[in-house]
Design a binder for this molecule. Structure first.
Ligand SMILES: Cc1cc2nc3c(=O)[nH]c(=O)nc-3n(C[C@H](O)[C@H](O)[C@H](O)COP(=O)(O)OP(=O)(O)OC[C@H]3O[C@@H](n4cnc5c(N)ncnc54)[C@H](O)[C@@H]3O)c2cc1C
Length: 407
């Protein structure tokens, strides 16, 4: 049997290794645009590679039908993944947060151990080759790059990922090929990405970072809440809490909905506690400017913008502030609404949301329901994980599950 695998990322590599381990007589051609395998794995987790998570369930994913991924997550559980890692000589560092990293703390060691398995199993990797067309005639598949044709495949797996980080040679080819076989594509959108704001002040706050609670509002209705770091940037906001909320924000932006975020700068204080702290500041030096005193509460980048947004005199002395003005400062600090107008786009996103409609793929085999012996895995499918190793784990698990069916 001859199998073609398009894309040597996490899911394609896993599938190739598992197929060969199940049956070494199967001939595999593994294609990738890049000069080496696992380019995105190398870039993951800032080069540290948050490779998996011990707490796996479809609850950690988003998609039209997120339960689609449950079967693969159970079949290739964290325990199974750990056994696989041991089998290639990769030791893991399991954090208290359930996130999993290579013990070496380097993505490089993950890729080099996978490469060693690929070599050991005689998987034929065809580098620097972008497959642009897949066709099927008389039960055999034909693959075509710009300059070459590849013949007579009994089965084909498309594991070529999606649009995030195009600088790493990501493509939308999986979707283009899937469409030629009659598949439906759900809207794709950048996910785990910084958000662009519409304001006349965010650039002044660039570099200001704080733990906050974010409330995502779609057409003013609450859709999500996350607590964690927020970082103001020249374009808007980033940081872990923003990345976490970005998945839904980006999806609704692509549907042209009104997206806004309420920032609570003091998620661990009640309104009364914050009021008390501000009054202590005011009474500490009533002849000082309020903007200077507020620097004792929060980064000194914020007070002037805060007073401006509350329509207060920027030079007002503490002693001249009224009770209702203190109240409006507190309300602003606890629910500072910003309008989100865009994301930073695929170039700066970690993953792509959307993709091939899950109802047209068999979730126990990853075979297309539109074309026998054609398979899809990984990011190309309309399943996207939260931050925390979930995206790589879905790539491993879908590659593994598909390989069991293909072999
Ligand atoms: C900067 C960054 C950091 C990340 N960090 C993490 C993290 O820490 N933890 C986590 O879980 N996830 C992380 N991710 C997401 C994770 O890397 C991906 O979700 C995962 O790699 C997807 O695996 P895949 O096999 O579906 O696709 P990919 O890994 O994207 O592999 C697809 C491969 O196919 C190749 N290809 C594309 N089109 C063609 C074609 N037509 N012909 C031949 N080859 C083709 C591509 O070049 C690529 O090598 C990160 C992503 C980025 C960009």
């Amino acid at each position: 049997m001859k199998i073609g695998i398009i894309g040597a990322g996490a899911s394609g590599i896993m599938a190739a290794i598992q197929i060969k381990r199940a049956n070494k007589n199967i001939q595999i051609d593994l294609f990738d645009i890049n000069k080496s395998i696992g380019k995105k794995i190398l870039a993951s987790g800032n080069g540290r590679c948050n490779i998996s998570n011990t707490n796996l369930s479809s609850k950690n994913y988003i998609g039209e039908n997120k339960t689609f991924c449950q079967y693969a997550l159970e079949k290739f559980s964290f325990k199974k993944f750990e056994e696989f890692c041991k089998s290639i000589g990769l030791l893991l560092d399991i954090k208290d947060t359930n996130k999993v990293y290579p013990l070496s703390n380097e993505a490089k060691s993950v890729v080099s151990l996978l490469q060693s398995q690929v070599n050991h199993l005689n998987i034929n990797v065809i580098y620097e080759t972008r497959i642009e067309k897949v066709s099927k005639e008389n039960k055999k598949f034909y693959l075509k790059s710009k300059t070459k044709k590849f013949f007579n495949y009994d089965k084909v797996l498309i594991s070529s990922g999606l649009s995030a980080a195009p600088q790493l040679n990501s493509t939308q080819d999986a979707l283009i090929i899937a469409k030629t076989f009659g598949h439906t594509i759900n809207l794709t959108y950048p996910s785990l990405v910084g958000l662009c704001m519409n304001s006349n002040y965010h650039h002044k706050l660039a570099g200001f970072k704080k733990e906050v609670k974010l409330t995502l509002l779609i057409n003013t209705k609450i859709k999500d809440e996350k607590q964690g770091d927020l970082l103001f940037t020249k374009y808007g906001v980033s940081g872990f809490a923003v990345l976490d909320i970005s998945q839904k924000a980006s999806y609704y932006l692509s549907l042209k909905k009104h997206v806004s975020i309420d920032i609570n700068f003091f998620p661990n204080l009640s309104k009364q506690e914050l009021d008390k702290k501000i009054k202590i500041l005011i009474h500490s030096n009533e002849n000082e400017k309020l903007s200077t005193l507020l620097g004792g509460l929060i980064s000194n980048k914020l007070p002037l913008v805060l007073l401006q947004e509350c329509n207060l005199d920027l030079n007002i002395k503490a002693k001249y502030i009224y009770e209702e003005e203190i109240n409006s400062i507190i309300n602003k600090l606890l629910a500072w609404r910003v309008t989100i107008i865009d994301t930073q786009g695929f170039k700066h996103s970690e993953v792509s949301g959307g993709g091939i409609k899950t109802s047209e793929i068999n979730n126990t085999t990853y075979e297309s329901k539109k074309c026998q012996n054609l398979y899809f895995t990984g990011e190309a499918i309309d399943i996207v994980g939260y931050r925390g190793g979930y995206n790589l784990h879905f790539a491993w698990a879908s590659g593994y599950t598909c390989a069991k069916a293909m072999a």
